[in-house]
Ligand binder design. Structure first.
Ligand code: PMP
Length: 413
């Protein structure tokens, strides 16, 4: 209904305010990019989610997923999801707190705690909610949060929800962290301090300097929380993430993970000591007031965990593919930043050049992601590529050949 019509109908004259929805009509950028044929978002995939997918009838090599271990279409994972759906039903219709806890959720928490070599685990409905709920309930009014400037949006929003003071430090810069901590302490911290970092940074693919971060945290008596969304199944001898990679599992306070990447499902979790997990379980609003993950999603994670533990060769293959792509891009002369993981960003700079390369990649059957601000800093737009254990050499060679051709066309290499 038109606003003028609404106003017309109201009997009493009221002061006219701005139209809250005006900004929606005025937001034209996405339509302009669509009209120009460069819109890279919300692409509907109509096939199985493998290393090749179909979009608008075209077969494409998928280098835009987070399916690191290639388990999304593993028959064992799918069968587990189907069997649990048959047994329990399609959804839980309530939160963990009330009617939404299944024996399956408890089994999953026990398995996750054991796998991550920690006392306890707690499963949330998404990774995003895990960060929102955990950070906002652990950090109170008198506490201080120190967060990396490149931390994931869910950490940023979790900090916004928390009542504590937020201080950002330069990306993975431990000197800056120390400087920020010194200022915080000099100004007086009445409560405690939480340092929150991504383990693997989701757009850049670099790994946090956890040994130095933990050392600094211990000097200041601060607690550490690591977001291992992109690290579990990928980093460490047993795929346990960043802390295992640096052999310092007992020095991290809380680790969060998500089921939407290596675990091939949907949901998130934290692991830590029993009292911390117990506290979050009773105070995290995102857990208490939101429905739990469906049985099929929980069973898929359990099956993925079985495979993760039984088939370390998957991780070995993932790293073989990762090293091939690091070498391949660097030999061609692309700038792939500081990545040390299967996330390989191809640095471009401005948004439009990024969209143009994305479009050409897409026309050449490569499904990659165009990443622009606010996901990265202004002027740092990039094509995010990421690799899986199941990519074949011939698929990866085709990716490199296409990038080589287009990189020359656009003067990037
Ligand atoms: N943390 C990081 C570092 C992520 O990259 C993501 C998702 N991309 C999340 C948290 C949120 O996880 P989910 O998508 O499972 O909600």
């Amino acid at each position: 209904m038109e606003r003028s019509h609404l106003q017309h109908e109201s009997k009493k004259a009221r002061p006219v305010t701005g139209d809250l929805f005006a900004k929606c009509r005025e937001f034209t950028t996405a339509h302009e990019v669509m009209a120009a044929g460069y819109y890279p978002y919300f692409r509907p995939i109509s096939s199985a989610l493998g290393d090749e997918v179909v979009v608008h009838g075209m077969e494409m090599i998928m280098i835009g997923s987070n399916n690191y271990l290639g388990l999304v279409n593993d028959p064992r994972v799918k069968e587990a999801a189907i069997a649990a759906t048959r047994k329990y039903g399609s959804g839980c219709t309530g939160s963990r707190f009330l009617n939404g806890t299944l024996d399956l959720h408890e089994e999953l928490e026990e398995r996750l705690a054991k796998f991550m070599k920690r006392d306890a685990a707690l499963v949330f409905s998404t990774g995003f909610q895990t960060n929102l709920g955990t950070i906002s309930c652990l950090v109170s009014k008198d506490d201080v949060i120190l967060m990396d400037r490149s931390d994931h949006a869910s950490i940023v929003d979790g900090c916004r929800l928390a009542y504590g003071k937020i201080i950002k430090y330069a990306h993975n810069d431990m000197k800056d962290l120390e400087r920020a901590l010194n200022i915080a302490v000099t100004n007086g911290v009445r409560g405690g301090i939480l340092i929150i970092t991504d383990g693997v940074f989701s757009m850049e693919g670099d790994i946090v300097d956890l040994p130095r971060l933990c050392k600094i945290a211990e000097e200041f008596g601060a607690r550490v929380m690591v977001d291992d969304a992109h690290s579990i199944g990928v980093l460490g001898k047993g795929g346990r993430g960043t802390a295992e990679h640096f052999e310092m599992i007992d020095r991290v306070g809380v680790t969060m993970g998500t089921f939407s990447k290596s675990f091939a499902s949907l949901g998130g979790f934290i692991v830590g000591d029993s009292s911390t997990v117990h506290y979050v379980k009773h105070f995290a609003r995102e857990l208490i007031f939101s429905a739990s993950i469906p049985p099929g999603a929980a069973a898929a994670v359990l099956a993925a965990l079985d495979i993760m533990e039984a088939e370390p060769e998957r991780r070995e293959h993932l790293w073989k593919n990762t090293h091939k792509m690091h070498r391949g891009f660097r030999d061609l002369g692309f700038n792939i930043g500081e990545t040390a993981t299967p996330i390989v960003p191809v640095m471009i700079g401005d948004d439009m050049s990024c969209f143009k390369l994305w479009r050409d990649l897409s026309d050449n059957g490569i499904f990659a992601n165009a990443i622009i601000p606010p996901a990265v800093a202004p002027g740092m737009s990039l094509i995010r590529t990421s690799y899986t254990a199941t990519h074949t050499d011939s698929q990866l060679d085709r990716v490199l050949e296409t990038f080589a051709r287009l990189g020359k066309k656009y003067g990037i290499i």
